[in-house]
Design a protein around this ligand. Structure first.
Ligand SMILES: NC(=O)C1=CN([C@@H]2O[C@H](COP(=O)(O)OP(=O)(O)OC[C@H]3O[C@@H](n4cnc5c(N)ncnc54)[C@H](O)[C@@H]3O)[C@@H](O)[C@H]2O)[C@@H](O)CC1
Ligand SMILES: [K+]
Length: 558
């Protein structure tokens, strides 16, 4: 299951299978609820020391319908189940209403208030079935408060708290953007602040619902990959929506096609491509990466990029620096070659040599006119010949005031690698909407923002972060999330971004037939980057990253 779906795509899949008659909505809901119970019990493993007591919070839509199935399933297994409901039975959809009625035939339903939810023993499980993929605004404050009070129930010895299982997603997660729509819970928050949708400055006061395990259906949704929604990696339950059963489900217009690069993309095929290119051949078969470096005392970033490019597989790497920085770099480099490049004119002459197969511009270069000229020259000299250009850091910062100049010069061989701040400076209209600042407008989400930016540039965008989003001008997109069991928070260290740019440059230079699109090269680089960080562990500094590559390749079986 390499695909990641939007809410609309999931709805289309469900509709398609229901229309085909292969399964009814009720059957899907039954499988969903039972699948959640199985996944929750599986996650705990040994239940012998747990009470068989669960609380289920049900909302007004089909997510609540799943909750009623969960309650009935556990009750059939002999569990004591408390159900709290936020909504009106008569307003439930047909399927959810049916599940509600099946539950009320055997159990009780109480209104969802903090007072009621706070009473009683600490349950083994709390199921959050309040809101799923249908959420459109912050969840009602009563729901958030009820949730909080259940989680505060204590065992007699005060040693345990309940295990929180989110049904489909933690309530309040916008599954397309990964944004959390949860109201402020502090007692002193005035109503206006609770109901308004908040400027960035008060966001940190929003309290997401803490979740141990999220159980979703059929496939991960984008939000699961953009935001760490639970402590454990989300579990995906098969509810019988496989493409084989329903035929190819058309992606709704405007919906992005999102793929998960890891671990599917970095298969042995590409590792073989990276590590075996030129085996027994000539170093020129593996390409020649040119990295532009900064002035005296500013050379570290480009040197790290160069080292990453060489380690990842480029046959040759040249660092080109201003004349006054040659001595400093000469003292630091061995396998990496050194050239002098005075200005844009000198770069143009250098790039007449078409053996230079990829160019990385940005790390440590400084923001200003010289960098702008170098970028525009690199773009002009490569516009027609298929050579790849990677623009990072100062190459992007230098166009903050004149982004149009960059957009005009970019071509389909270009990959830009901004972090969120650099992205927002280049694309202010998109950057502001990566998160919702206006209650009336949905958040654009990083994937949509990156897609629009890529279209504007006619190039590939790698938007950095814990969840790295990739998009290209053809409309392809991917998320590479360093979340859950691929977490590597120590990767947030000075210079790590320069190494990533170097990895992309090195892979691009090698011109592997197996990986022809820039977005795939960037995805492989992002995957290797995190893999190197995980392989090294805490204490990592950026210089360590390229040095881990041989081990990462070896661990992959080479
Ligand atoms: N047959 C199906 O369609 C299936 C649906 N499934 C479940 O159904 C869920 C989607 O169901 P729905 O589309 O009904 O959506 P939800 O159950 O996520 O919630 C939508 C309901 O909440 C209301 N609402 C949204 N935001 C609100 C807010 N901030 N405050 C108050 N009310 C709000 C809506 O008006 C609507 O009544 C999935 O997440 C999944 O859990 C699964 O059972 C699989 C099968
Ligand atoms: K939920």
């Amino acid at each position: 299951m390499g695909e990641i779906l939007t809410a609309a795509q999931m709805r289309a899949k469900e509709k398609s299978i229901m229309d085909s008659g292969a399964a009814s909505g009720l059957e899907l809901m039954e499988r969903a609820g039972r699948g959640v119970v199985d996944a929750a019990i599986h996650a705990i493993g040994d239940l012998t020391s747990c009470n068989h007591h669960a609380v289920v919070l049900c909302g007004p839509g089909n997510n609540g319908g799943d909750g009623f199935v969960i309650a009935r399933t556990l009750s059939e297994m002999g569990w004591t189940v408390e159900v709290f409901f936020w909504g009106k039975a008569e307003a439930l959809s047909g399927d959810a209403r049916h599940m509600h009625d099946l539950w009320t035939a055997i159990g009780e339903i109480r209104p969802m208030t903090a007072e009621a939810a706070g009473q009683g023993v600490c349950p083994t499980f709390l199921f959050d079935a309040m809101f799923g993929i249908g959420i459109s605004r912050p969840i009602p404050i009563d729901c958030a408060r009820a949730f909080e009070t259940v989680t505060k129930r204590q065992t007699e010895d005060g040693m345990k708290r309940c295990f929180v299982v989110a049904v489909d997603c933690p309530s309040g997660l916008d599954v397309d953007s990964g944004e959390v729509l949860v109201p402020i819970l502090e007692e002193d928050a005035d109503d206006e602040a609770v109901m308004a949708y908040f400027p960035e400055t008060v966001r940190p006061r929003l309290l997401p619902l803490h979740t141990d395990l999220c159980v979703t259906f059929h496939a991960l949704k984008m939000g699961h990959c953009l935001t760490e929604v639970s402590d454990l990696a989300p579990a995906v339950v098969d509810i019988g929506l496989d493409a084989d059963a329903v035929g190819q489900v058309p992606i709704p217009a405007g919906g992005p096609t999102v793929q998960v690069p890891p671990p599917e993309l970095p298969t042995k095929a590409w590792v073989r491509a990276v590590t075996a290119i030129g085996a027994g051949g000539h170093k020129y078969d593996r390409g020649h990466a040119l990295i532009l470096g900064g002035g005296p005392g500013k050379g570290g970033a480009a040197r790290m990029a160069a080292r990453a490019a060489l380690r990842v597989g480029a046959g040759l790497v040249t660092l080109a620096v201003p004349p006054e920085a040659v001595a400093e770099n000469a003292a630091q480099l061995n396998a990496i070659m050194l050239s002098e490049v005075l200005d844009a004119k000198a770069l143009a002459t250098m790039l007449e040599d078409d053996r230079l197969s990829a160019i990385c511009v940005g790390p440590g270069l400084g923001v200003g006119q010289r960098t702008r000229d170098l970028v525009l020259t690199a773009l002009r000299m490569t516009a027609e010949d298929g050579r790849r250009v990677i623009l990072d850091a100062d190459a992007l910062g230098s166009f903050a005031d004149t982004p149009e100049d960059l957009f005009k010069a970019c071509h389909d061989g270009v990959t830009i690698t901004p972090h969120e701040g650099e992205f927002a400076r280049l694309f202010p209209d998109l950057g502001q909407r990566v998160r919702r600042s206006d209650p009336s407008k949905p958040a654009l989400g990083k994937v949509d923002a990156a897609l629009r930016a890529a279209e504007r540039l006619g190039a590939t965008v790698l938007l950095k972060g814990e969840a790295t989003v990739l998009a290209d001008h053809r409309g392809a997109s991917a998320i590479h999330s360093a979340l859950y069991d691929r977490k590597a928070p120590w990767l947030g260290t000075a210079g790590a971004g320069d190494v990533l740019a170097g990895l992309i440059a090195g892979l691009s230079a090698a011109q592997m037939a197996q990986i022809s699109h820039a977005i795939d090269l960037a995805a492989v680089a992002a995957w290797l980057h995190v893999e190197c960080a995980r392989s090294f562990g805490p204490g990592l500094i950026a210089e360590d990253l390229p040095e881990q590559l041989p081990k990462v390749f070896r661990d992959l079986g080479f």
